[in-house]
Design a protein around this ligand. Sequence first.
Ligand code: NAG
Ligand code: NAG
Ligand code: NAG
Ligand code: NAG
Length: 516
Amino acid sequence: MKFFATSLILFSTLVSIRADPQILNLREYLNGTIATVNNVEDGASLYVASNDSPDSLNNIQITTGGNTYRLSDLAAVNPDGKPNKVVINGGLTITTTNPNTVTYALSGCIYITTAAQTNDPAFQVFVITGSHHVDLTGFSTTVVLNTQLKVQTDDADQPQKSTYVQNLVVPDTHISVAFQWGIPAANWKQITNNQFFMNPFSFKTVDNSGNVVNQAYLFDHVEPLQVSLDYWYITSNGSITMDMQNNFVSDHVSTATAVTTTGILVNNNYLFEQHTVNLLSDPTRSRTVGTLLSAYPSSNAVVNFVFNGTDGSFVQTVDNKLNATGEIQTTQLSTSTFTITSTDITAGIFYCQYFALNGALLATTASTAAPSTGNTQNTQTTVNVQGTTGSTVVAGSTLSTVPTVPGTTGSTVVAGSTLSTGSTVNVPGTTGSTVVVGSTGSSAATVTAVPSVSSTMKTTAATTVSAGTGSTNQGTTVSPGTGSTSLISTTTIATTTSSVRSLSVLSSVIISILML
Ligand SMILES: *[C@@H]1O[C@H](CO)[C@@H](O)[C@H](O)[C@H]1NC(C)=O
Ligand SMILES: *[C@@H]1O[C@H](CO)[C@@H](O)[C@H](O)[C@H]1NC(C)=O
Ligand SMILES: *[C@@H]1O[C@H](CO)[C@@H](O)[C@H](O)[C@H]1NC(C)=O
Ligand SMILES: *[C@@H]1O[C@H](CO)[C@@H](O)[C@H](O)[C@H]1NC(C)=O
């Protein structure tokens, strides 16, 4: 009985090994050998994805269950992109009579599923040889096998295989689509972390009350997606459509085709040169940008993913010691470009979905003409407060995205305000400008003040006066405690000239450094 149980376990282990889906590269099957393919399940489906010459394919045969097929017959693809298939029954062998020089130059592959995948009507396979319109319905898993590209650009880093996906339509937010790298595993319905594109795009954001909330944004507009992989798959749970093409368009520099949009940049262990996407901007609205990033750089490459805007930049860096898998990062930035650079042309593997998305109307539009005394702005809308006397950023406000508060007399950043990374509050304050005790800022948050007579900077951190041209108090460090008043050299300013601005006295107050 015990023996029986043990052999059952062994048996089921064997079965699960046998069931692993496989990709076999045709270039590995050499003349003069009868190659037996192991771990192939009866009932599994076999597909061929190849646009190698028909003569070469004619010389390659597979045999299963006593039947022999020529790859030239199996490689034919229907106009809808659906390939022929052979169902495995009783093992699989591959033979070729091509000379090895021909074999080494082959680009195609054989794909073998599991029996369970064959039996699942929602599991389908496309081979992209030309242009195919693809309609997906319900919960489906769709494998896409690419064939060698027919176009040849001048790009040193053009991939061998790529699908050009256009006109992706996800009709409503109740439907989602994900692109995933690799082929679906034997347990393909389990949750994986190999998504490199998703629509809707799910991310965390902060609501008006400062709470972190999950948001899923459905992009109506998607850039053409160059899926530069040999094979990949789609999981979707409703009706979606797209056009797929065996095509590649040089994209070292591209320009987004809508203000709110998303796209991908993928590198499959091939050469990589800098890529830049010029994002469109909308100065009237706040902008959220972000990425879904997985990256496994080569040992000598440092790869940077950079959003650059007029109000700052957002940089993610990966190298061989700091890989990323499925990382979602977002920030608010008036981005103008998204750039990927690598310190080495052999960058390794990365998959990056980027997006740029319009948010709320900026307060700026309503208040470019300075608002009057006592104007109060809460976060989210407080990006530019052209405040005059008494302008305040209220306690508890969270200023993400590089807000600018060019307040004049009496401008205050009230106790308890939180400045996140990269926040800059410009307070070119005149008499009476204050940064109140207890303000905090994360890494790199700075308050730049151009104070005049009697300005006070009260902070909980040391204040370093790194003054500009004409200032006589450069390098002065005052270490105020609670409630202290560090006068930024009233005498210097007051006595040098009557024009405060012309002195360009900048004092940087690093309010506090909270590393993220
Ligand atoms: C390929 O193999 C066949 C049979 O094994 C042999 O007759 C033929 O000479 C080989 N051709 C080349 C080019 O190696
Ligand atoms: C599709 O997936 C999304 C994301 O997981 C989910 O919100 C939605 O309810 C699903 N739709 C259906 C029809 O199950
Ligand atoms: C981003 O902008 C800064 C400042 O203009 C510039 O120095 C940097 O090279 C830019 N980075 C990229 C990747 O474009
Ligand atoms: C990152 O990925 C590369 C490529 O897969 C791998 O060689 C390296 O060990 C990984 N690094 C870490 C720290 O996991």
